[in-house]
Design a protein. Structure first.
Length: 375
């Protein structure tokens, strides 16, 4: 396949909305997106608490909305999903999205509300790696996704089960229904299947990735935030993940979901097949990140990838799954956040420029001036 283009920029808080607009130009969003169709904003709420690097930043969301509107993509809608550890309503509130939605008149749909979004069985044209086996009754996807453009808004961070997470993983919550936890033991192949489906159903794909604060360690929630002042954009979901992984210090072709996607022609993960534009030298950085473990990963290693994997249906296809849901909630929301991670967030908000800008969003709602046109 042809070489892919990934835009990488050094960004600054005092010009962040302009920087994000430039990213869209450099990554050629107009070539990626179809005109005259709805465009889905798929933000990434890995944790409803505003832990740095875990979630789409409010400036990432606002800058993308403004950049798309400036190019004539006026029919924008945000789609939210929930997970066992994430409350979508709490997340969009605590992370500063609600004032942005209000200012730019962005409707929000919740894919878990039947009155807002219906699901139907989809029969992919591409050969599936695992999804057709995991869901023999049929792969259900949201009806609203057919024909729409989609822009993924992930962050640069590690992940306890996939080593890194980004544009490809961001499709997991929006495109699969509430039974998506069935796929965890085959998560890499699942992400590749989801990308194949996205290429069939969407008018266009694009990703804007925030690395202003990146996440080192056992993500996607309990990480070590590191200021990196970088953002990326691309229409190739594999290539943007590969560049971000390389910058974090990982070999993209050693990460299964990127290697499989590259081998199956869904995007480029190999360095020689990716053209870097913007601040080219940034892509040569290697940050030396590592994933490590936390309480959640130790349980997952045993249940999803270890000796108890063969009991998947007993543990996760029956009411017993609620025990794991409660355990995850207790670990993240009642242990990690109040006793450890809230202090990390507060230190970041008070002592870093990006954290202070997050505080501006909490106070003002958006960065744009009150008299500025909303795109």
């Amino acid at each position: 396949m042809a070489r892919s283009k990934v835009a990488v920029l050094r960004v600054r808080p005092d010009r962040i909305l302009d920087d994000i607009d430039r990213l869209h130009d450099l990554a050629e969003v107009d070539r990626a997106f179809a005109k005259g169709v709805p465009t889905i904003l798929k933000d990434n709420i890995s944790w409803h608490f505003p832990f740095p690097a875990a979630n789409t930043t409010p400036w990432q969301l606002e800058g993308t909305i403004r950049a798309l509107r400036a190019r004539g993509y006026d029919d924008l809608v945000c789609v939210q999903n929930k997970t066992v550890v994430t409350d979508a309503f709490k997340g969009e509130d605590l992370n500063g999205y609600l004032p942005v939605f209000k200012r730019y008149e962005i409707p929000v749909k919740y894919n878990f509300k039947p009155e807002q979004m219906t699901w139907s069985v989809y029969r992919p044209k591409a050969k599936m790696n695992v999804l057709d086996t995991i869901f023999p009754e049929g792969i259900q996807i949201p009806d609203d996704f057919h024909g729409a453009n989609i822009v993924h808004l992930p962050t640069v961070k590690c992940h306890i089960y996939t080593q890194t997470t980004g544009a490809m993983k961001n499709a997991f919550g929006g495109l699969l229904n509430t039974k998506r936890h069935y796929t965890h033991s085959w998560i890499h192949a699942t992400l590749v299947d989801l990308l194949a489906i996205q290429k069939e159903i969407h008018g266009g794909l694009f990703a804007v990735m925030d690395g202003t604060t990146a996440g080192d360690g056992p993500g996607p929630r309990t990480m070590r935030p590191v200021i990196k002042d970088v953002m990326l954009a691309s229409s190739d979901q594999v290539a943007i993940d590969a560049v971000a992984a390389s910058m974090m210090g990982f070999d993209p072709m050693a990460i299964e979901y990127m290697r499989l996607a590259d081998e199956q022609g869904l995007g480029n993960a190999r360095h020689e097949n990716i053209e870097i534009v913007g601040d080219v030298a940034l892509a040569d950085q290697r940050w030396g990140f590592s994933v490590g473990d936390n309480g959640a990963s130790r349980v997952g290693d045993v249940m999803w990838f270890g000796p108890l994997k063969r009991f998947q249906k007993l543990f996760f296809h029956t009411p017993l799954v609620n025990l794991f849901v409660l355990g995850s909630e207790a670990y993240h929301d009642y242990y990690r956040w109040p006793l450890r991670d809230r202090r990390v967030f507060e230190h970041w908000r008070e002592s870093t420029t990006w954290g202070q800008m997050f505080g501006q969003y909490q106070q003002q709602g958006t960065l744009a001036k009150p008299d500025a046109k909303a795109g």
